[in-house]
Design a protein around this ligand. Structure first.
Ligand SMILES: C[C@H](O)[C@@H](O)CC(=O)C(=O)O
Ligand SMILES: [Mg+2]
Length: 415
């Protein structure tokens, strides 16, 4: 079956997470977790679902950009696309009249990610496999030695899952009381790795990091995330002041485009045992290449919607492997956990074969709006089994959260 794409629809779907400060950080103080949600219809009835993540009002701009590229997709068959996926990727990213907006960065790239995510979802559904398995089956299996026993990596993942860390205990806008409660709950559920938001006020950061350490103890892992708040010198002195709390990494210490700045920060913090992590706003593979070449990061944080979907993320996974830098994907947003779990499973099974210093982010928000939500067991992502890329949303959720006409928003606006 050819699966000719007959239409592409895109909707602006937003969740009012800012009301309770979920997802807040030093630069995004009032995020409403949102998606530009894409559905591809085909002549045989099969659909493909895709999304890209944003944090509120920006979604309307991404929706326009998706509409602008729709004409490059509608009318093509899945077979035509996947038989020359590289050519199709180039068609989307190199359109003569739209390339000026990027190239391969910003709003237009987010839009292309949403569309390509839907195409990959369609392909995996057509093959009757979860996306990670579609990718794994494309390359040959290898056997790795894992601790004291031999297990194929795929079997290992199906049994144990992929290790995760949580960001949900310590968004910047949460009170100390809430932070304590959420840490207590998370520890009971088996979490051992925690990320705390920092960057707005040094004294606050010291208090919150101290509290986190008290709650999680000396042996669990702590990471800090500044969301680009500092300049280079400020980042070095600020993080040095937080070194006593033993963070494994500082994430996005400065502008996401400042490769040499990250290199300077990495060099300065190495003696303190603190690495630099970045990637959620690293806009394409070329940037990642230079970050790796400049030893400017010690943890690669791929993002399933920032880069040009699976296509570009695979290139980054391979480069990270070449440079022997662990990949710890970003997933702080709606739908990002659902998507990126497929990529990190593929990374482990077919590329890195290692779990050393590796973990995938998890945030405990909004999974109930997906038809195949992530399954977390004992702080591990369990491999998804349903065909596709796990980003189909419940139609009822899409309708009630569509902006501005959905019930959820009309209620808020009429208050
Ligand atoms: C605005 C988002 O919630 C952002 O804070 C997420 C992030 O930085 C992370 O998960 O890491
Ligand atoms: Mg972050």
């Amino acid at each position: 079956m050819l699966h000719k794409i007959t239409s592409l629809t895109v909707r602006d779907v937003r969740f009012p997470t800012s009301l309770e400060q979920h997802g807040s950080d030093a630069m995004h103080t009032d995020p409403d977790y949102s998606v530009a949600y894409v559905v591809l219809d085909t002549d045989c009835g099969l659909k493909g679902f895709g999304l890209t993540f944003t944090v509120g009002k920006g979604t309307e701009i991404v929706v326009c950009a998706v509409e602008a590229v729709a004409g490059l997709v509608v009318g093509k068959s899945l077979q035509e696309i996947v038989s020359d996926f590289r050519g199709f990727y180039r068609l989307l990213t190199s359109d003569g009249q739209m390339r000026w907006l990027g190239p391969e960065k910003g709003v237009i790239h987010l839009a292309i990610a949403a569309v390509l995510n839907a195409v990959w979802d369609l392909w995996a559904r057509a093959e009757g496999k979860p996306l990670w398995k579609l990718l794994v089956d494309m390359v040959s299996h290898r056997e790795f030695r894992l601790d004291c026993f031999f297990l194929l990596p795929e079997e290992h993942m199906l049994k144990e899952g992929y290790p995760a860390y949580t960001t949900s205990c310590a968004w910047l806008g949460y009170s100390d009381q809430l932070l304590k409660q959420l840490c207590t709950d998370a520890l009971k559920s088996g979490w051992t790795k925690f990320k705390v938001k920092v960057g707005a006020d040094l004294e606050d950061d010291k208090r919150r990091c101290r509290l986190m350490r008290q709650m999680i103890g000396p042996d669990n892992t702590l990471m800090i995330d500044a969301n680009q708040r500092w300049d280079v010198a400020e980042a070095i002195s600020w993080v040095s002041s937080l070194a006593e709390f033993k963070p494994l990494w500082v994430e996005e210490p400065t502008s996401p485009d400042d490769i040499l700045g990250h290199a300077a920060i990495s060099k300065a913090l190495a003696p303190l045992g603190i690495g630099v992590a970045t990637g959620e706003q690293c806009h394409n593979r070329v940037m990642f290449k230079q970050f790796l070449q400049a030893s400017a990061l010690q943890f690669v944080q791929i993002d399933s919607c920032r880069l040009g979907s699976v296509n570009e993320n695979l290139a980054v996974l391979l480069m990270a492997h070449k440079f022997q830098v662990p990949v710890c994907p970003h997933a702080g947003g709606v739908g990002l956990c659902e998507l990126v779990q497929h990529l990190i499973l593929f990374d482990y099974i077919c590329v890195s074969g290692s779990l050393g210093n590796r973990m995938c982010e998890y945030v405990d928000h909004l999974h109930e709006h997906f038809t195949s939500p992530v399954v977390i067991h004992d702080a591990h992502y369990m491999p998804p089994k349903d065909p596709g890329y796990s980003c189909e949303m419940l139609e009822s959720s899409v309708q009630s959260h569509q902006y501005p006409e959905g019930d959820v928003w009309t209620l808020i606006m009429n208050k």
